[in-house]
Design a protein around this ligand. Structure first.
Ligand SMILES: Cc1ncc(COP(=O)(O)O)c(C=O)c1O
Length: 477
């Protein structure tokens, strides 16, 4: 059930459109609360974040200050100047149940008034136990024992520790362009951008081997998806069977079932199943990073469910709560039987592990997902969007290279017909759409993809408003 009716959303969209015209007329640089806040931001946040966006016009060529958000409702978010936006990215694919979802707010407030914080690994809370149980119920196959954390990167690092503990091996095979987070352990896997790694190279563990992902629009082996027989996976298989020097001792393969920040890259049907098979045959574990794809985003509860694949370990985060920082690595008992019992100190834990507020929100979020059939809704809305986008793409084959996605995880790749990425166009569209009241983010190794991951409860009127504005902008390019 959408939080906001389609009619209410349509009325809000008309208001946004009328208001945008007056903002444009008055100019964006006028003194305002936002301007004052951004001045403070530039002064007080690490310049590595703010310099890209705030107050460095002269030096970095940034033309505009960032938008400063204040509140949200459903698929809409408002800035401190009262301007409304349709959030077509769900703030990094987190706000799956809509912003300020009444039920999640109630669950959070209820738990906060009872117990805000517990003692993670020492004395559990009732809420954490119920949340673990629910997670095990939703997770596929016999994935039923979890270790919680706060961020996606921590869940990934936990998964790697689980794999190393279970296999007594250390090497991980990851995919080119993958994104698993930026803390040191996760960064030793992430390949999305070398810039993330460059300054920290000496501290990054070198025990990762990279293999090409199933990016069929840009196949590393020059194959065609219908006939290649998964050449990329056979490359991986050869590596496992006859490891090159320094590539032995593989504990696990880690994969995103659909690469998110890598450009919303959807592998062809059967690829994940074949990957599972290869891991099993070669005695290595399969870790699926479902931090982006999990909890309904792709039209199934987890993306691996589309192919009936059960990994050995699955990483979760983002939409697990829809906004409270909570993540988990969930594994099979076969994997976790190797984790040593906690006789003195837990060898892996953290102060906020299984925070009761996070667990209360996650419990409610999982209830909403199932009760309101949100994965099915994502499949339906996503199908509608992809079809409409492909029609738009047919009109501009000179700049739109590919439209792909599953459920409400969609990428529109901008490139010349020969495949040369058009980063300029993708970034321009993100900017122009924001100025028209629609929030999007770029993805892909060259930021050449316009990425969509709206809340799963987004009213259809918002999707139509997005399509109409997008078509107008793309046509005029
Ligand atoms: C697939 C995937 N894994 C891991 C992460 C890292 O999560 P976090 O930013 O919460 O550390 C992300 C974040 O975008 C992600 O998309």
């Amino acid at each position: 059930m959408a939080q906001m009716t389609n009619e209410a959303a349509a009325a809000l969209i008309s208001e946004i459109r009328a208001n945008r015209k007056s903002y444009e007329a008055s100019g964006y640089g006028a003194p305002s609360r936002e301007t004052a806040l951004v001045t403070e931001l530039a002064a007080h946040e690490c310049a590595g974040l703010t310099a890209r966006r705030a107050r460095f016009e002269g030096e970095h060529g940034i033309e505009r200050d960032p938008v400063v958000f204040e509140h949200g409702k459903g698929a809409f978010i408002w800035d401190v100047e009262g301007r409304a936006y349709i959030d077509m990215g769900a703030c990094f694919a987190v706000a799956a149940y809509g912003h300020a979802n009444d039920e999640l707010v109630e669950a959070l407030a209820g738990q906060a008034s009872k117990l805000m914080h517990g003692m993670g690994d020492v004395y559990p809370t009732d809420t954490k136990i119920l949340c673990l149980k629910k997670l095990a119920e939703l997770a596929p196959g016999n994935l039923n024992q979890a270790l919680m954390s706060q961020s996606g990167a921590e869940a990934v690092e936990t998964a790697v520790k689980m794999a190393q503990m279970a296999t007594k091996r250390h090497r991980i095979i990851a995919f080119e362009s993958c994104y698993h987070g930026l803390s040191f352990g996760a960064l030793s896997l992430t390949a999305h951008s070398e810039a993330f790694k460059e300054p920290f190279r000496q501290r990054i563990c070198a025990d990762t081997t990279y293999v090409p992902y199933a990016n069929c629009a840009r196949c590393a082996f020059g194959g065609k998806p219908e006939t290649c027989g998964f050449a990329c996976l056979h490359h991986l298989e050869r590596l496992l069977k006859a490891p090159a020097a320094g590539c032995g001792d593989v504990a696990a393969v880690i994969a995103e079932p659909i690469q998110g920040r890598g450009g919303d890259v959807v592998p062809p049907k059967g690829w994940l199943r074949e990957l599972r098979e290869i891991c099993t045959q070669n005695g290595v574990l399969l870790i699926l990073d479902e931090i982006y794809t999990g909890f309904g985003r792709t039209g199934a509860m987890f993306a691996c469910c589309h192919e009936d694949v059960v990994p050995d370990i699955m990483c979760l985060g983002k939409a697990m709560t829809g906004g409270f920082p909570l993540s988990a690595a969930i594994a099979t008992p076969e994997v976790l039987k190797h984790w040593p019992l906690n006789t003195t100190e837990a060898i892996h834990t953290s102060t906020f592990l299984g925070n009761p507020m996070g667990c209360a929100v996650a419990l409610k979020a999982m209830e909403i997902l199932v009760r309101d059939s949100l994965p099915e809704r994502a499949a339906q809305m996503g199908g509608y969007l992809i079809e409409a986008l492909r029609k738009i793409a047919q009109k501009r084959p000179d700049i739109i290279f590919d439209v792909r996605g599953k459920g409400l995880m969609i990428g529109i790749e901008f490139a010349d017909p020969d495949g040369s990425p058009r980063t300029d166009l993708a970034l321009k569209i993100v900017d122009l759409m924001r100025d028209r009241g629609i929030l999007l983010l770029p993805s892909g190794p060259w930021s050449q993809v316009v990425s969509l991951s709206p809340p799963l409860v987004t009213p259809k009127a918002c999707l139509d408003a997005f399509l109409e504005t997008f078509e107008e902008i793309v046509t005029a390019l």
